[in-house]
Design a protein around this ligand. Structure first.
Ligand code: NAP
Ligand code: MG
Length: 502
């Protein structure tokens, strides 16, 4: 089946007629999902032009009405949740329970956005002059370029597109080439909801979808003078490039980038809970979450016993196709991603004193040979300066480090260029609060895994994880709107601020 782009309300192939194949990473040769356009710069420019045109009308639709569109989007997504999740697992591999969660996050984001259409609060302040009123409120910005990764094919695009739309911006969306089908479904749903809610007022071009490669479609969005803001989630490498070009062009840029998240376990913690959490944090989504637990920092006193239990549990994790019952861990998303994981394992094996206790191989038994499976892997005796302790691996590999006390644990945790998520297991309330204060990360969990953000809370990281913006909740609405200050003078005379009153 050949899928299409959505440009100016019309589903159409790319201008060059080229396609790329979308396949199931658990069954690569046998399961072709569809062919998706490999679009060109010309397609992007056409989409941007449509978005620019649509902006003139969309910004004038009252925000609560724009919110009504998002309410409808949430309703349709809810009705189609299982189907969306099934297809998402098929195209990117994580297990069905997780793709359902990914879809639910999109639904939550839709309903939040719908209600925000009735808030988008402004702020008033008294004037320093008599018979004068000062107001300030939010205005839309224009055309938003949205560039997303493959690991949360539904949630991440909704975090960006829904607030962008509610604020009155129009959108050109370039999803990851690896997960185009979920993106297609999302955009189809948004367009359907627009038609239903707006009826005769329907505006083509409010949401545009352009499939294809980052190096072509993403770059064209960056290059376009008609794109006012870019929201990007992906690697730090590409994020730096986007910030450079965006900075030069004075585009507003939001970046959510890499992570090297850690879970600390103190001796007073509930060990079973800490064990469940690290299994979920490190191997959920096959370790391919920006918030995945990539490092485990264990207190010396509990280290050996904890590691022993951990290895036992990891060996029992069932690998397989994520839509099959009883599967814990799906494949890596692609052959390239699996090779990267294996390269890091080879690097780990060469690190001074680091020891691999389990995993470290392509998983090939039975049907696993059909996909990009990698055995969940654990390294112990990892030192903070080892590459497997510093660099993002984005796969099912956990590096275990030892610590002597809380200060030492936090020092190790902070010893990374990234700062997205973090976690500490302790029953000592003082240690918990110190950790909240001293851990350098955008997210800290106390007695919870490093993964599991909720849609209405600020999401994002410090240091090389981003550029200071947050997605989620109310915070993201700051990014997609700007302030207008309004002065209303009803004195009937010329009043000069700072001059006539002082
Ligand atoms: P990526 O290679 O940076 O790609 C992300 C997106 O950018 C894709 O759509 C990609 O297109 C596009 N792109 C690539 N080069 C581009 C360019 N020169 N100009 C414009 N766009 C370009 O990242 P990934 O491998 O897909 O995703 C994994 C990374 O994302 C990890 O580092 C992970 O930590 C990060 N991530 C962060 C968060 C967060 O919120 N902090 C969440 C999820 C993931 P293609 O389709 O061609 O690849
Ligand atoms: Mg695929």
């Amino acid at each position: 089946m050949e899928f299409k782009n959505l440009i100016n309300g019309e589903w159409k192939p790319s201008s060059n007629g080229k396609y790329s194949e979308n396949r199931n990473p658990a069954s690569w040769n046998e399961d072709l999902i569809g062919k998706f356009p490999l679009s060109t710069e010309e397609d992007v420019n056409e989409a941007v032009k449509a978005a620019r045109q649509a902006y003139k009308k969309w910004r004038l639709i009252p925000a609560p009405k724009r919110g009504d569109v998002l309410k409808e989007v949430g309703d349709i997504m809810f009705a189609r949740k299982d189907e969306i999740a099934f297809e998402m697992t098929r195209e990117m591999g994580k297990v069905f329970a997780e793709t359902k969660g990914d879809t639910q996050e999109g639904i939550d984001t839709a309903y939040y956005a719908a209600s925000e259409g009735r808030r988008l609060f402004g702020m008033n302040a008294p004037s320093e002059l008599a018979n004068k009123m000062n107001l300030s409120f939010r205005i839309p910005i224009g055309v938003a370029g949205i560039i997303t990764p493959w690991n949360f094919p539904m949630a991440i695009p909704t975090w960006k597109i829904f607030p962008a739309l509610v604020c009155g911006n129009t959108v050109v969306f370039k999803p990851a080439e690896i997960t185009p089908k979920t993106a297609n479904t999302l955009v189809q749903i948004i367009d359907e909801a627009m038609k239903k809610v707006l009826g005769k007022e329907y505006i083509p071009g409010v949401i545009n979808l352009v499939h294809g490669k980052g190096s072509v479609v993403g770059e064209a969005l960056l290059a376009s003078k008609e794109v006012d803001l870019i929201s990007f989630t992906g690697s730090t490498l590409v994020g730096r490039r986007i910030n450079e070009v965006g900075g030069r062009e004075l585009k507003r840029v939001s970046l959510e980038l890499g992570g090297k998240n850690a879970q600390i376990v103190m001796p007073d913690a509930n060990m079973d809970l800490a064990l469940d959490a690290v299994l979920w944090g490190a191997f959920g989504t096959t370790g391919q979450r920006c918030t995945a637990t990539s490092r485990l920092i264990l207190h010396n006193d509990i280290h050996d016993k904890f590691v022993e239990k951990l290895v036992e549990r990891v060996k029992k994790l069932k690998l397989g196709y994520g839509n099959d019952k009883g599967v814990d861990v799906g494949p890596c998303v692609s052959e390239a991603q699996r090779n990267t994981v294996d390269e890091y394992v080879q690097i780990g094996l060469k690190e001074d004193k680091a020891k691999m206790l389990t995993g470290g191989k392509f998983a090939k038994e039975g049907n696993l040979a059909k996909g990009w499976f990698y055995e969940p892997t654990i390294f112990v005796d990892v030192k903070p300066n080892h590459r497997i302790a510093k660099e993002e691996i984005f796969g099912p590999v956990l590096s275990v480090l030892k610590c002597s006390d809380l200060d030492n644990a936090i020092e190790i945790l902070n010893d990374t260029e990234y700062g997205l998520s973090s976690s500490i297991f302790t029953n000592n309330v003082n240690d918990a609060f110190k950790a909240v204060r001293d851990i350098q990360a955008g997210i800290t969990y106390i007695n919870g895994a490093t993964i599991g953000a909720e849609a209405h809370m600020p999401f994002g990281g410090v240091k090389a994880t981003g550029n200071g913006h947050r997605e989620g909740g109310w915070t993201v609405y700051e990014f997609y709107s700007e302030w207008k200050a309004v002065y209303i003078d009803y004195s009937g005379k010329l009043q000069r601020a700072q001059i006539d009153n002082y």
